[in-house]
Design a binder for this molecule. Sequence first.
Ligand code: SAM
Length: 265
Amino acid sequence: MSGKVVETDLDAGVCNNKEWVKRWAEGDTPFHQSTHDRFLDEREEEMFQGRKKSIFMPLCGKTFDILWMYRNGHTVCGVEIAEQPVKEFFEENEIDHEIQAVENIGNLYKSKDGRLKLYVADLFDMSREICGQYDVVWDRRSFQAINLVDHQQYRDLLVSLMKEDTLYYLGTVEYDPTVWPGPPHSLSDEVVRDVFGEYCIIELLEEKERETQDTNASQIETESDGGKPESDGGKTTSKPKSFGEACKMSSYVYDRWYKMTLKLS
Ligand SMILES: C[S@@+](CC[C@H](N)C(=O)[O-])C[C@H]1O[C@@H](n2cnc3c(N)ncnc32)[C@H](O)[C@@H]1O
């Protein structure tokens, strides 16, 4: 069910659009890293083959990945429900831009050179007709943020934006979902293959297991969910207060990167 109409239920790991906007307003955005993802440096040659490409970034926030791609000469289109990070992205990076209201969608922030477009919109209002098709899909913590009931709708949209030779890079984290309800939601390899496998050839590019008790704090997101101790028949079990704590409490945490391409019939 779209985040426009669903009620937020943090215990069930459900976030609606208003909750995301509120998180940005309150600065509760630990997923926002202070630099671009190291995967871009490591895989640049494979992703771009020395060419300038078009990139789609669902649920883009104001990640430095956008800036890295734009500054490297690529054409970028992102979609983000909260206006604050989009506005801040252009201002903080001093990119000349204009703002255009797109009927029934939302504001479009567009760089003057036309290579960067960020829609302030619900991803589920987008379509191939509105935003076109892309050489690369960059999905860091985006599929991971989507409410579980919206997985198929998300997949259908993203697949419709792919061309025969589109490369879809998907970064995921898997942990014990009984410890933390999400977001970010735990995504097992099985779930990724279950959701995308009918339409995409899925290649696991890398898998790293985190140490769960003695984890390097700098690698940990500390997303706050207002977690509180829970009484359990006289015993008190404490819930993690953040995703970072949840990762430490989970008996396993795997970070994975996938490359997906369309199955051609
Ligand atoms: C976990 S963050 C990931 C942001 C970005 N990919 C990054 O790596 O920093 C998810 C983002 O998606 C946005 N978001 C959530 N639901 C959305 C929706 N239905 N449409 C557009 N943006 C949405 C949130 O505001 C948030 O900025």
